[in-house]
Design a protein. Structure first.
Length: 189
């Protein structure tokens, strides 16, 4: 496999009996258990990816592939070498460190920030204030020195406050309007 392991856990369907037969996840591979499992499964059956995308997969700066990249690479190399030995073949290990073959941790953080900001804006426009606020605060957590992150939190809070006050005033004016018009109201006991 070149560059990256493209078998994603949330998108897989496995036969439990086959996974048990090959020994399941091996604890000694900690952050590369999936890669090791796919290599061993490929020895007893055929693995495939569907052409149609069925999942959205989020990459972020707190993922094991970023935080524990060196350990993951070493364990993946070990799984690959063991697979070659079991199969009696020689091969070239071509997986690279996350920062060598993809985003650096800083780039991943920037990507996560932009993603959170985008989600916050979309949910804000949809009127989902609490969700928007959560993602706005995630922007601040990712880039606290960035004024735009704080501005976005402020914008979310101002719009939420306007919406809340508008709803309270419209509800109280509707209630006072019915009382002042002389319409009968329900007696609460």
């Amino acid at each position: 496999m070149k560059g990256k392991c493209w078998m994603l856990h949330p998108s897989t369907m496995l036969r439990r009996d086959v996974v048990r037969r090959i020994g399941g996840y091996r604890p000694e591979f900690r952050v590369a258990q999936d890669y090791d499992l796919w290599l061993r499964l490929s020895e007893v059956g055929q693995l495939a990816n569907l052409a149609e995308p069925l999942i959205r997969y989020r990459e972020h700066s707190h993922a094991a592939s970023t935080r524990r990249a060196v350990e993951q690479l070493a364990l993946a190399r070990r799984a690959f070498e063991e697979a070659c030995e079991r199969r009696g073949v020689t091969g070239t290990f071509e997986l690279t460190l996350y920062r060598e073959g993809g985003r650096t941790p800083s780039e991943a953080r920037t990507w996560s920030y932009r993603h959170c900001r985008w989600i916050s804006l979309l949910t804000l426009e949809a009127g989902r204030w609490s969700t928007s606020s959560v993602y706005a605060w995630k922007c601040v957590a990712l880039k606290p020195w960035r004024p735009g992150a704080w501005w976005h939190v402020g914008k979310t809070l101002v719009i939420w406050a306007r919406h809340t006050l508008k709803n309270r005033f419209s509800a109280s004016s509707a209630m006072s309007g019915s009382l002042m018009s002389g319409e009968p109201t329900e007696n609460v006991k």
